[in-house]
Design a binder for this molecule. Structure first.
Ligand code: SMO
Length: 768
């Protein structure tokens, strides 16, 4: 606990403490954990998108060498189903068995689990399972009418969720408009593609009656609760540990049927059981992201006043619902019309079941869908009324004096200056000069476009927990319910506590991801970890500090408000005496207790912090794109990003988050796409077929920020983890369409493949 001088650790670009270990290959991921006598699982998965199972023969697999057990749907029929958050009223949840019983509903659905002494033995035995399927035509997209055969009895129209938001006089707005502008956006399905695929290891301790499950999860506490409920154990008999997790992006926010099988099999067989997904397993049966079709209609006056907005969002859900299945649709609906002041709205969302892999939350989870629709329709409106797209935005952004602003859909934007973000981005991009450059380059025959996008990013509701402990040996340990998947949380959290306790962040040990040592938490998702998780830590640290101050006051014979804390320790204000160091405080607090061998913390505080409201980050991005006239190959030349994440704990982590988000957003708009054929067969089952962006695809980026503290949490922080993949796609798509404006092209589909762009140019050419 060395002194820290008078520097403030919040706001310092500290290098990540975790990197030395992670970059040297010393990370410990689930698959690295070796358990003696561990069994391995192979799943036999459905080769059909939809089929009845007529017969199942596992005799040969059971008899195979080194095979310990073979389980099918009948064996796990007693287990409960995976839980779904009932976020949207009236949500209808498809019945989903842990292993398929009489029917399969998607390619990749687990049907049989083979448990063997080695993985290869399990995989070999999987080939011996005989299943007779009777294929049925799958439902891959929602059809407005003519549902011939519903997928689930309780969902007769295949529509699992529906909701709407209406405000203002929408009819009046549309009849008063000079122009009504419509756009339609089809989001490709995406694979979240974390570096580490899913992995689960479960170990049943017969003596203690405890099941320990190591799971690559961003929500270990919920994994514990869900696994315990499903397999019928008390929650306190299950310990979940998320060790190092190599990325998650929403894909690891729910447990999967495979996790349940691993946990249940470990209890049944009284042996450790491990399963690690391959990349192919994840492309096939982990949650996908996006996939929505959105339609927007905006009523605009000649002067550029946005009078009214209608939107319809249809989200495919797949054949089972992960815990947060309703989030993308719900977020998209409630966030629209984004950062613009439009009084009259009519927005509806629906989620539909399909014979495909489930769609879950994926970095942004509805925020990118809302931003894309809004930014496309604004650009089209600007084009139709002949106004510069920046100017149209400038006239309609919610003005800072309206903050906090209640949107027509009932969300409350806590703080911010959206216009300042737009002006800052224009300044940083040198917007006027860019337009001049565009005229020059166009005159030379180049296809060069400029795209702007403004967006908002809600960063979570509810609570998170934290414990701060002064250990008897003087160490400071902090534990958080908000776990880490590579974001650098240990460093950022140590900075927050270091500031409150006036110690060096390197002296703080951050513990997370283990239900046995961290207080119950929600987990790391929805951009909430810093605003809510960080605020819980700040408050716990302040409680510890105040208790220590009380001890110091007693020692000095002073009132608490006469005691100040600085890097040397606690001092009586105005006195020249020695400071009482943290070590000394610990000694006093532990006084007497050490003698009975107690290892209880000297001072400890646990706080469950409930956010006062939702902190809304926001930003404005400007992208430039050039397109090769002969081949249609697009090149993103530059992106300027202005983000407001409120108070920034670590600017280097902020930059890392925004840059990574841009890379994922760039993949989304330029190249990524999950493809099923008409029979529901996955055509993008490997990274040879599913295109991820590479380092060389990244344009140069210029990151700027505005710092408006959020009034919703004591840190003043807002989320920024999803910003890059909310702002970058619409800025890039708008830029690509602007590049083709000389052809009269007003629409391009994502992803922006050279083929699609070339066809767009050809089609526009032939119309002339
Ligand atoms: S898509 Mo995030 O993990 O809420």
């Amino acid at each position: 606990m060395s002194g820290s001088g008078n520097v403030s650790w919040i706001g310092a670009s500290l290098r990540r403490f975790e990197d030395d270990r992670l970059l040297r290959g010393r990370g410990r991921y689930v698959d690295d954990i070796v358990s003696p006598e561990c069994l391995h699982v192979a799943f036999v998965r459905s080769p059909y998108a939809r089929a009845k199972i007529d017969a199942l023969d596992v005799a040969a697999a059971k008899a195979a060498t080194q095979v310990i057990a073979v389980f099918n749907g009948a064996d796990v029929a007693e287990l409960d189903e995976l839980p779904v958050r009932p976020l949207v009223e009236g949500i209808r949840v498809p019945r989903f068995p842990i292993l398929a019983r009489s029917a399969v509903m998607a390619v990749g659905e687990p049907v049989v689990a083979i448990i063997a002494k080695t993985l290869n033995a399990a995989l070999d035995a999987a080939d011996l399972v005989e299943i007779d399927y009777e294929p049925v035509d799958p439902v891959l997209e929602w059809k407005n009418s003519g549902i011939s055969e519903p997928l689930f009895e309780n969902i007769p129209d295949n529509q699992a969720l529906h909701s709407s938001w209406r405000a203002g006089d929408i009819e009046q707005a549309f009849s008063a408009a000079d122009e009504i502008v419509r756009v339609r956006v089809k989001h490709p399905r995406l694979a979240p593609s974390s570096l580490e695929p899913r992995a689960t290891l479960a170990s049943w301790d017969e003596t203690a009656g405890i099941l320990t499950i190591w799971v690559s999860s961003q929500t270990p506490h919920r994994a514990r609760t869900d696994i315990a409920n499903i397999i019928g154990l008390d929650e306190d008999k299950v310990r979940a540990i998320a060790p190092d997790v190599g990325g998650a992006f929403g894909m690891k926010a729910s447990i999967y049927p495979e996790d349940v099988v691993v946990a249940w099999a470990s209890v049944q067989l009284r042996r450790p059981v491990k399963w690690t997904a391959t990349r192919g397993d994840d492309l096939l049966a982990a949650t996908h992201g996006r996939g929505a079709t959105t339609e927007g209609e905006i009523a605009v006056s000649k002067e550029g006043e946005l009078l009214g907005f209608r939107a319809r969002v249809v989200c495919p859900l797949g054949h089972w619902l992960p815990f947060s299945a309703a989030v993308p649709a719900w977020n998209a609906g409630r966030i629209l019309p984004g950062p613009y002041q439009i009084e009259a709205i009519d927005i509806s969302i629906r989620g539909v079941v399909t014979n495909t892999a489930p769609i879950g939350i994926y970095r942004g989870a509805g925020r990118p869908e809302a931003a894309m629709l809004m930014e496309r329709v604004i650009d089209e409106a600007a084009y139709v009324i002949g106004m510069d797209p920046v100017e149209l935005r400038r006239r309609n952004l919610i003005s800072p004096d309206k903050m906090p602003y209640e949107t027509p859909s009932g969300a409350v934007f806590d703080s911010g200056n959206y216009s300042a973000a737009l002006e800052r981005a224009c300044e940083a991009a040198n917007y006027e000069r860019l337009r001049a450059e565009q005229r020059t380059r166009r005159a030379q025959g180049e296809l060069f476009g400029i795209g702007v996008a403004c967006f908002v990013e809600p960063s979570g509701q509810g609570w998170e927990s934290a414990t701060v402990r002064l250990e008897p040996n003087g160490a400071i340990t902090v534990a958080t319910g908000s776990s880490d998947q590579g974001q650098g949380r240990s460093t950022a959290y140590a900075q927050i506590v270091a500031d409150a306790l006036r110690v060096h962040p390197g002296s703080i040990k951050v513990v997370h991801g283990d239900t046995a040592s961290a207080p119950k938490g929600i987990g790391a998702l929805a951009s909430r970890s810093t605003p809510i998780g960080g605020s819980a830590l700040l408050r716990a640290a302040e409680e510890v500090r105040e208790r220590a101050r009380g001890i110091a006051a007693q020692k000095f014979g002073a009132c608490v408000d006469e005691v100040a804390l600085d890097a040397d320790g606690f001092m009586r204000v105005g006195s020249q005496g020695h400071a009482l160091t943290w070590e000394a405080v610990v000694e006093i607090a532990a006084g007497g207790r050490g003698s009975d061998g107690s290892t209880a913390a000297a001072i400890e505080s646990t706080v469950v912090h409930h956010a006062d409201g939702e902190a809304w980050g926001y930003g404005c991005y400007i992208a430039t794109v050039s397109i090769d006239r002969e081949t249609g190959v697009p090149r993103v030349e530059h992106i300027v990003c202005v983000d407001d994440a409120g108070v920034i704990v670590n600017p280097m982590l902020f930059e890392g988050q925004v840059t990574g988000g841009i890379a994922q957003g760039l993949g989304e708009v330029l190249m990524e796409r999950i493809v099923y054929d008409d029979n529901g067969q996955l055509l993008t089952g490997s990274l040879m077929d599913y295109a991820l962006p590479r380092a060389a695809d990244m344009p140069s980026v210029l990151l700027k920020n505005i710092e408006t503290p959020s009034p919703c949490n004591p840190l003043g922080a807002k989320g920024v983890g999803e910003a890059g993949c909310i702002g970058a796609p619409p800025a890039i798509l708008n830029a690509a369409i602007d590049a083709l404006a000389p052809f009269g092209v007003r629409h391009l589909d994502m992803p922006l493949t050279s083929e699609g762009i070339w066809r767009g140019m050809m089609a526009a050419n032939s119309k002339e």
